[in-house]
Write a new protein. Structure first.
Length: 263
């Protein structure tokens, strides 16, 4: 007879102990100088640096420039996410396939493509695309689309695999083709989940679009990188306020959309 499996509580205890060991080992390996960071001198220098950001730059010309960059960042994130939703859904279908050996090969290849797309950060994609497309929002938008396609494709594939198989099986028995089976049996089940994933990635892409400006991909990020590099602290504060407001706006829109779906 095989030995009895350990009870769930003992398994949880082993997992917790392993995590604790990893955390302690991480603190031991890192050179974390908390005393220097929390010293009065360091806190005073951080306070002086934070105070240099205020008051924000409020001239009409600069506010107008910041608003244009905000709209550019919003457009980059929206278009990049929309492209990723379409391509992610297309790749999710073969990535979630089951059955024959040929289908399994296609599934493996598609999942490898999705893994490769999401393994490369948006900043690296933007740096590579800048060589071909030049400076501006276009390479940033494509970088968001490529990385997010890998993320959403994997999430969409898992949602398809976790859908209840009975409705699809009933339609297949009646000779319905696979595309219509997906449209009428699987998609209605997973639609709210797919939309929730897409909205969440849109929120993430707002922040990512701001960061992409570091490599010249346009939007608020490019403004922030420029003004911080020249130590224009008041202008940088205005840009940061615009970033925070944009993220809050998208978060509110996403929350309202989820509330409408839950009704």
């Amino acid at each position: 007879m095989s030995p009895a499996a350990p009870p769930p509580r003992r398994k949880a205890g082993f997992i917790a102990l392993g995590v604790l060991v990893l955390v302690v080992a991480s603190f031991a390996l890192l050179d974390l100088r908390w005393a220097d960071f929390l010293s009065l001198d360091a806190l005073g220098r951080m306070a002086d640096f934070a105070a240099s950001f205020f008051p924000p730059q409020g001239s009409a010309a600069f506010v107008r420039k910041t608003l244009n960059a905000t709209l550019e960042t919003l457009a980059m994130s929206l278009v990049g996410t929309a492209l990723a939703v379409g391509f992610g859904l297309v790749l999710a279908l073969p990535a979630s396939a089951q059955g024959a050996a040929g289908t399994q090969v296609l599934r493996g290849l598609t999942r490898s493509v999705l893994n490769a797309l999401r393994s490369v950060p948006e900043l690296v994609w933007a740096s590579l695309l800048l060589i071909a497309a030049g400076l501006g929002p276009f390479p940033g938008t494509l970088a968001l689309a490529l990385h997010t396609t890998g993320v959403l494709g994997r999430l969409f594939a898992e949602s398809i695999e976790n859908a209840a198989p009975e409705p699809a099986f009933a339609l297949r028995l009646r000779g319905v083709d696979r595309l219509r089976v997906f449209m009428y049996a699987t998609l209605p089940q997973i639609g709210p989940q797919l939309l929730s994933y897409s909205l969440y990635r849109w929120e993430n892409n707002i922040r990512a679009a701001a960061v992409l400006g570091v490599v010249g991909a346009g939007g608020l990020g490019q403004m922030l990188y420029y003004h911080l590099g020249l130590f224009h602290m008041r202008e940088s504060c205005t840009v940061l306020i615009a970033m925070i407001g944009l993220v809050a706006l998208v978060d509110a829109l996403s929350y309202l959309a989820r509330r409408v779906l839950d009704r």
